[in-house]
Design a protein around this ligand. Sequence first.
Ligand code: C5P
Length: 401
Amino acid sequence: MKTISKRILLGVSGGIAAYKSAQLARLLYRQGADVRVVMTISATRFVTPLTFQALTGHPVHTTLLDEHQENAMGHINLARWADLLLVAPATANVLAKFSQGLADDLLSTLYLAAECPVFVAPAMNQAMWAKPATRENLQRLKNHGVTVLGPEQGEQACGETGPGRMLEPETICRLLFPSANGAPLQGKKVLITAGPTREPLDPVRYISNRSSGKMGYALANVAAKFGAEVTLISGPVALPAPAGIKVLSVETAQQMYDAVLAQAHRHDIYIGAAAVADYSPAAVEKEKIKKHADELLLPLQKTRDILAAVAALPDKPYTVGFAAETEDLALHAQKKLQRKNLDMIAANWVGRESGGFDSDRNALSVFWQGGHCQLEMADKRVIAEQLLDLIAERINAKSTA
Ligand code: C5P
């Protein structure tokens, strides 16, 4: 396992999930990170500072105006020291304070003073999570560059069920440092599709879509970095061919189907990141279609579903699909997971906020049989690392089950 040579400031605020942060501090410490803990006063009612001191080997900071601690390392110095600020659990109150720039205790002051990347792992009752004030605070924080990890769905300490449960310490660790596991796809063969397809109407025109191929190319690059042997089947894109990766260029959905089906059985993982045309012109005119009538109707026929065909193979690779949705994202994604017999599906909103098609950033809701994880808006490279790490984890869970 690769070690994390980072100075991590772990902020613990007052929620019941604070007990999980003791495990988180230990995990980060074990992986080689230098961890200093800052607790809010209410967090100290759930877990004692001594617990964190014993786990990290350093005194815990709790107050803004502590003469001893000011002498040793004032809050500005502490903020300067950190390579990364992680707040877990982040209560609704802490998120509200951060989003408004309040600085009435050590943790909120550190947040304002910090110039390093900031991650928050929210934990709260599902109704508090759903409240417009919390949604707005989160959106503000995301706009300010904060990365939000989780929360996940499930049973809550208050007895209710829904979103708001803090991610497990292992998941937070993995999302923060996807490559800390070295090469989690070493020895695996990964087949990835990327980009749009082009469906010709005549010698000069085609039907296509806005896919840039950036997500699929990021996945191919990261899969190679994770130790996999990668084959990328790409529709027409304006991206440089990734170094050290076998790229097969195709144009139409049928060509992509043929290329994928010829390769799939040789691979352990298939990721269908391409935006394959669902319909193509029933006939391709040999000559350029002339401009005569006021209205032109084009008969289209359904293309073959590549993803479903791979998932139906007798010895199918671990099959991951993408779903671009404009409504009821979770419902449609989960239905698609079942209908196409996939192992995992990564769904994103299109036509809403930034991200998705033709953007450098993306956010994904990932579903697999019996599990779900939210990958918050980030650079597509970061999203690719997190998604491939989840895939590696699921494959390893499968092989050890
Ligand atoms: O059903 P829908 O088109 O929304 O599913 C999207 C997923 O299916 C993507 O992973 C895409 O690559 C794949 N797909 C495919 N072949 C098609 C259409 C979509 O592999 N003809």
